[in-house]
Design a binder for this molecule. Structure first.
Ligand code: HEC
Length: 462
């Protein structure tokens, strides 16, 4: 007994040395770059991490009405997405989309943000949370991607992510040991803490740096302001000064843990996109369903049978054309800024100019973590080798490729590594766990590990 005690004391002191040695504050509200009053004098993003505690309790899930107690189908998916949209509107999401200053000064009742995401973390290439609207930097897309749809400049997307009170219970369990007074914030994931409760909702909404003049599809879209450094096709221009930048909101993702709708995976991933020609009085009304997916359709080998219809996926035939350029493998759902299409990759020894390689669920389904071990366990894409250019992909439709397009419950990792802990489709949690790992020095025995993780994340820039 005494021996055990002293071991755990040693462990605690190693951990706290690690934490104190690092200058990264898990509770940081933003990346520390605050706009001068002369450039922006409105309210800044407030950080809510007083996550609700409590066990899983049944919650009301009014959007389930359209299901009639049965799993989702492509036939009722449109109604389901609209029911979800109506539900989050009752929880303040319309204000979040259209009235940034009001959202920032209001209580943001029932919505929460992530720990270990505020400050930039050099080792993992994490750029931190931006100060004005709490956004995270996202993918950069060359204007060529949307050349047929009027885009005239390269764009970058910036996303804000919020957890509702049910989803935040999971954050409460994972970050239960965190104390802002001591700065200690060690995650708990080994006992299923990262699994989400039924009814959990996470929203992610993203805007891009193009103006409606530079990209007419954005005419009349909601406008946010952010404070970030400029970018070019290689990424953030580090030596430049941050600037107050307007972004126009093009997507609004809603994901929900609903095992009636999605009995194979537990999750429905839905996306709304901006359609300037949609009827409605404001930008919220003009956010229309692009689609939803609630499984990866493992039975449908889209490479071999491209015409075979998907059963666990729905694409709105009336969605604006620009939003469909970037659909994923076999036209599985992916949003306009999600990079499901990879350009100039190698397949069977040949260069393919554009390959639909991913989808919401296949990418998010890789989310996992191995405490005390190096790096991420499964890459986002079905790539054999992504260490250089071009990426070498598995043959679409092969057994290896298909590993990304299986249906799994959120506690079952895709990796066969024994210690891998599945993170219930939360790639965001995976990213901040890597920030924690980098900051705590917990895994410092392997200095190369973050190089690999950084390489994993370079998909952002291409
Ligand atoms: C190629 C990978 C990829 C694809 C495809 C993708 N995402 Fe994500 N998504 C991520 C990553 C990575 C993050 C974490 C934020 C970050 O690292 O910038 C994320 C974050 C999110 C979040 C925030 C919470 C969380 O669970 O991580 C939501 C919600 C989300 N994505 C929804 C969607 C939806 C809906 C789709 C499809 C329309 C989609 N994503 C497609 C990689 C992807």
């Amino acid at each position: 007994m005494p021996r055990r005690l002293s071991l755990s004391l040693i462990f605690v002191s190693i951990l706290s040395v690690g934490l104190h040695a690092s200058s990264i504050d898990p509770f940081a509200v933003n990346d520390g770059m605050i706009p001068p009053k002369s450039a922006y004098d409105g309210p800044l993003f407030p950080f809510h991490y007083n996550y609700p505690e409590g066990k899983e309790e049944p919650v009301s899930m009014p959007w389930q009405k359209v299901l009639g107690g049965k799993p989702l189908t492509p036939e009722n998916a449109q109604a389901y997405i609209l029911a979800l949209k109506a539900y989050v509107a009752t929880k303040g999401m319309k204000t979040f989309l259209m009235e940034p200053e009001k959202w920032n000064t209001g209580p943001q009742t029932g919505w929460y943000s992530m720990l270990w995401a505020g400050e930039a973390v050099e080792a993992t290439d994490w750029e931190g949370r931006e100060a004005i609207y709490g956004t995270y930097t996202g993918q950069i897309m060359a204007k060529a991607v949307y050349a047929d749809y009027g885009l005239t400049v390269d764009i970058r997307n910036h996303a804000a992510i919020y957890y509702d009170d049910v989803a935040a219970r999971t954050l409460g369990r994972v970050w239960k040991g965190c104390d802002p007074k001591t700065g200690q914030c060690v995650p708990r994931v080994s006992k299923g803490e990262a699994q989400f409760d039924e009814g959990a909702i996470v929203v992610k909404s993203a805007g891009v740096t193009a103006t409606p003049e530079q990209w007419p599809v954005l005419e009349g879209a909601a406008k946010w302001q952010i404070y970030r450094k400029p970018f070019d096709l290689n990424g953030t221009i580090e030596k430049a000064q941050p600037q107050v930048t307007d972004i126009r909101v093009g997507i609004f993702d809603i994901i929900v843990k609903d095992s009636v709708a999605a009995p194979e995976t537990g999750w429905v991933f839905a996306t709304l996109v901006y359609d300037k020609d949609a009827p409605g009085k404001d930008a919220w009304d003009r956010m229309v369903p692009l689609g939803a997916m609630w499984g990866n359709d493992p039975e449908v080998n889209s490479a071999k049978n491209p015409k075979m219809p998907l059963q666990e996926n729905y694409i709105n035939p009336k969605a604006p054309a620009y939003a469909k350029v970037t659909l994923g493998y076999g036209e599985r759902l992916s949003g306009p800024f999600d990079i499901a299409v990879k350009y100039n990759v190698e397949v069977d020894g040949k260069i393919v100019p554009a390959l639909r390689s991913s989808s919401c669920l296949s990418c998010h389904g890789t989310a996992s973590y191995i405490p005390g071990k190096s790096s991420m366990t499964t890459f986002f894409y079905p790539a054999k080798d992504h260490s250089g250019q071009p990426w070498v992909m598995y043959t679409p439709g092969s057994k290896e490729w298909n590993a990304w397009f299986q249906n799994r419950w959120g506690d079952e990792p895709q990796s066969s590594e024994k210690e891998a802990i599945a993170l219930d489709y939360s790639t965001f949690l995976e990213a901040v766990l890597m920030n924690y790992a980098a900051a705590s020095g917990e895994k410092s025995s392997d200095p190369k590990r973050f190089l690999k993780w950084k390489a994993y994340r370079t998909f952002h820039a291409h």
